[in-house]
Design a protein around this ligand. Sequence first.
Ligand code: NAP
Length: 332
Amino acid sequence: MERRTIGAGGLAVGAVGLGCMPMSWAYSGSRQRGDESLRTVHRALDLGSTLLDTADMYGPFTNELLLGRVLKERRADAFVSTKAGLLVGEQHIVANGRPGYVKRACDASLRRLQTDVIDLYQLHRADPEIPIEETWGAMAELVRAGKVRALGLCAVGARAGRRSGTRLHDTTLRQLQRVQQVFPVSAVQAELSVWSPEALDALLPWCAARGVGFLAAMPLGNGFLTGTLTPGEGFERDDLRARHPRFTAEMMAANQPIVAGLRRVAGRHGEDVTAAQVALAWVLAQGRHVIALPGTKQKRWAEENAAAAALGLTAQDLAEVSRLPGAQGSWD
Ligand SMILES: NC(=O)c1ccc[n+]([C@@H]2O[C@H](COP(=O)([O-])OP(=O)(O)OC[C@H]3O[C@@H](n4cnc5c(N)ncnc54)[C@H](OP(=O)(O)O)[C@@H]3O)[C@@H](O)[C@H]2O)c1
């Protein structure tokens, strides 16, 4: 698989990574497929999808434990990217950016992941109660202590951005400028997909100008862009899409022209090429600093997604995808 480098230190990873969240969190059936999840991680590594993206809150904790079972045997094959800063409570999720907490969280992640170093340690969300420089300073100490190789920041979500009345990602850009004064940012993680292209406006150029990697989360639109979901079929209660405004039967039907457009482009590249692969190739075409992080707990999807790294879209394909109708259904 094509390798791309992120951050000033030139960390090399496969262009398509593996989002591990669906193995333990946020999607139906997450908790029932442990063995298939393990097979998926092994297969992804075999195919060069070296970046394994997790977080302490996925599960919580069980996603890191699962990855630890693979890393114990194959640490050298993987680039481990995890996150801290969000605590899962009974009813809601809260940020904790206290320096002492972040350091303890890192030690706990290292134990669960069965490794002595995390390749990329990301701040999942800034804590509104703690100046972000203090949290970032503690994370920088983890690099100096040899527990972490590089630092990353996750963008604040669409809802938070809109609530504060700013342009989406303005808050993240301000946070990035502040933490850069303390210690270099190696990667930014944020949503980027054909139906959520907002990061192209300012966040992606910010990263490109500074040699910062961009980790594209939710590149398959939570599965919608693969064309394998049927409008009206519904989602289990524990699936994030059961409450997601773009996943009502009405909105899924209204957004079908986007899937049809991806299928049209796929068809020009061969019978076996899928809408999911075109969606990922479009993400990868947005810059050499972009890594796509499709999430899956299924080996067959990890194989299909890894193959997207070799799908070269033409200028005509890219223009056609960019002209597809914007997504209907707000995030709020
Ligand atoms: N930093 C953050 O705040 C943040 C937020 C969200 C996500 N992320 C990261 O980004 C990663 C990706 O996001 P995501 O997993 O939520 O969304 P995604 O990658 O857009 O979509 C995942 C969904 O697509 C399905 N899928 C994957 N490949 C497929 C294929 N080739 N054909 C058909 N269906 C396919 C998966 O099914 P199965 O589950 O059945 O495999 C899963 O339901 C996460 O795993 C996580 O690491 C980070």
